[in-house]
Design a protein around this ligand. Sequence first.
Ligand SMILES: Cc1cc2nc3c(=O)[nH]c(=O)nc-3n(C[C@H](O)[C@H](O)[C@H](O)COP(=O)(O)OP(=O)(O)OC[C@H]3O[C@@H](n4cnc5c(N)ncnc54)[C@H](O)[C@@H]3O)c2cc1C
Length: 394
Amino acid sequence: MSNPSNEISISLGEDFPEIRDSVRQICAAFPGAYWREVDEQEAYPHAFVQALTEAGYLAALIPEAYGGAQLPLRAAGVVLEEIHASGANAAAVHAQMYTMGTLLRHGSTAQKNKYLPGIASGQLRLQAFGVTEPTTGTDTTQLKTRAVRDGDHYVIHGQKIWTSRALFSDLMLLLVRTTPIEQVKRKTEGLSVFLVDMRESIGKGMTIRPIKAMINHNTTEVFYDGLRVPAENLIGEEGKGFRYILDGMNAERILVSHESIGDAKWFIRTAAKYANERIVFNRPIGMNQGIQFPIAKAYAASQAAELMLRKAAAMFEAGQACGEEANLSKLLSAEAAWEAGEACVQTHGGFAYAREYDVERKWREARVQRTAPVSTNLILAYLAEHVIGLPRSY
Ligand SMILES: Cc1cc2nc3c(=O)[nH]c(=O)nc-3n(C[C@H](O)[C@H](O)[C@H](O)COP(=O)(O)OP(=O)(O)OC[C@H]3O[C@@H](n4cnc5c(N)ncnc54)[C@H](O)[C@@H]3O)c2cc1C
């Protein structure tokens, strides 16, 4: 018997065609040469971010009441997918889309009124998200950065690592411990989220140090040494921060999966073009099954991943629990992009290593999705424990 509450509708074609066309047009003004240059200079792609902001795409998920576009999650994902499918990279902007969700869902009316209109108009950037720490990594509940109440402020000491875009953000969402772990019943308690105004913090207890990384992700280490944050910047209730961050995970996973699907599309299109054009032994290399089959396998993997992603997005939109599907999407899309990247590198032979082809840059960039924002291992652990019913492994 059918259960109407479980029904979802999935579009199978090129959905949101106007958004796709518009994003493609914006990206056409930022070709490979632009991305190679910002990559080589480890620069922030200001002009690209400005163009997306002006088109309103960074406000995609903000409700109309705050000046945003109030698009469905899938539409925001399509924006990211098209950026990546064009050969560009959305890392400079994607956090703006999902980080503000914590403010939207758990912030007070005063906080939302104060910040969301500015974020929607592009005047304010909320794209830094400080969770990971150098000594505790994936074991988030063990994080050591501490906030201690002092009158109408909290005073923060500690260190974060891999806080991306910190130097190009006005605001940051920061997860810290407010109650020592020894004093809570469950280790997930006693963590709190703050909205930190970085304009008032840098040099006054906050120091940011860029990390030289494999990709141009504008990522940093952030040191907190007595940073005073007004108590009114606490999001929601003190001690409930871990749950607030978890609440945003499905949206984050679904959004970034679109980037991997876009990467896979770029790799497959680029590999097929080169395989048709490159003549070796007097014929296109694409005539060889040794070249064709890896591309075809990557295509199959990316199609399957995209189907799961569309399912996850539709379930999310329908308000259904979609932890399994969001995690599956993240796993399958990251793996499909990686497989497509490998096929593209192999197809290009030595030229894959020449920067002007953009293949090596896209390959480096696509790889990060197997590690961040969540590593493939932790997704497998989630599926094993929460979906398949195996014992918790950590
Ligand atoms: C380019 C980039 C940008 C990032 N941006 C941000 C950001 O903006 N904000 C932020 O807070 N963080 C950010 N991160 C951090 C990222 O989320 C972490 O790197 C990631 O979660 C893994 O943590 P770790 O590096 O400390 O690895 P570790 O926790 O040290 O783990 C190392 C390896 O061991 C595996 N592992 C650990 N425990 C287990 C287990 N129990 N079972 C199986 N495998 C296990 C991990 O999956 C991983 O493969 C970024 C990272 C990168 C590389």
